[in-house]
Design a protein around this ligand. Sequence first.
Ligand SMILES: *[C@@H]1O[C@H](CO)[C@@H](O)[C@H](O)[C@H]1NC(C)=O
Length: 491
Amino acid sequence: MKWLVFFSLSNTVWAGVQFLGVSIAGGDFGCQIDGSCPTGSTQLPLSSFGQGGGDGDGQMKHFVQDDGINMFRLPISWQSLVNNKLGGTLDANNFAKYDKLVQACLATGAHCMVEIHNFARWNGAIIGQSSGTVTDEHFVSLWSQIATKYARNDKIVFELMNEPHDLDVPMWAATCQKVIAAIRGVGATTQIILLPGTNFDSAAMLVSSGSAEALMALTNPDGTTDNLLLDIHKYLDVDNSGTHAECVTNNTAAFGEVAEFLRRIGRKGIVSETGAAPGGSSCLAKFCEQNAFINANSDAFIGLVTWAAGSFGTSYLLSATPSKQGGKFVNNGLMAQCVVGTWKDAPDSVHPIPTSLAITASLSPTTAASNIQSAASNSEKASEIAAPITSTTQTGQSALILPTPTGPTDTPTTLILAPGISSVLTSDSRAASAVPTTTAGSGRATTTPSGAPTATTSITRSASGSWSTNLQSPTGKLWAILGLFLVAAAL
Ligand SMILES: *[C@@H]1O[C@H](CO)[C@@H](O)[C@H](O)[C@H]1NC(C)=O
């Protein structure tokens, strides 16, 4: 009998998002929201090209060495990669230049996001929604070729498209499904693929537009959803365009809604574009609040990437470009405090109060009740046992849900698991580095209860909603407090 317990842990080493990043822009310069991108406007951010581009190489080294940043987003236009030939092969010269930027990024040790900056369009025509002008096959061809080039590097992240808008969501999801199949099909089987929704991928609209649901229903060819992540953007200005100096929101409502959605279905996302004006009114307060919130919800958001450095100068409205002072790169105040600072300062235990816990069994019998020795300390809670899991991610398993505490005087609930439990799967990817033993399944880390297999394993939810367990990591360190969430949606 083997059990998998899904939860996310609060632990000092896991504060904040796993990936903190910066866009190293320039390959996208000239791109309009109708998907036209004049190749003459491209300004790749490598000073060695002599195109007037920024010193992306130096900037990335600075961000990694001085700030611990571990992800860069490298925008490029579709037109540039195929030298204006829709459906054509990668242009040897243009791709070689872009690849030089990618290799400079990889050389820092960071994860590197390849991102097509075309708003789901080519010169005004929507991919797969333009009566055959620009087809899914055109787009699939592009991604097959890119993925072939990077199939052997698992630090490459494929961001399929920047900010789709004004399109049919189910059709767009169908397009993305074909691209996922193509990328995996050429051997890029382990890389993260980021899936963007309509309304410019706005966090405020991803759930209500149906984008999040449609995109998170997509699968790899083997039927899994491994490394398929929701792509999320949001600005703080009045029309979410990132073109105004004034910040009017900290976006916690919008990001909270997306986090809740992801948590409910047991999936993850990356905030791959957000930013604010270093000199803008209210931006220091609101951008810091926003990013602290994103870090606090790192069970749902594994990455946060700010816009932008690269070929942007330090006077660009949303500049994250460091200035050269005495031969060294120095971040502006907004970048230092709200991007790097909120990440480094993210508290140890930042997850919201847990609302439910699911225990799932991977083997038969498929009713939880028969595998749980004793459960609730009162009959009302015991009756919650054995709700079958119906969500697609956990078909065939069984579950137990402990209800949300009703208040500070609610009765503590202890769940005593059956003897012989041998593994725990966390839903927090950062647990994998702290608890390195991995196991098959959709989670990432395993451990054993102290003294397994004979010891009794228990998980207790206190009246205040905090969780504790006698499970220990392989090093014997007690996981005293678990910030717990549950992954089984539909429950
Ligand atoms: C975000 O702004 C709202 C409204 O002003 C405020 O209530 C909330 O506390 C802020 N969130 C954070 C994380 O500061």
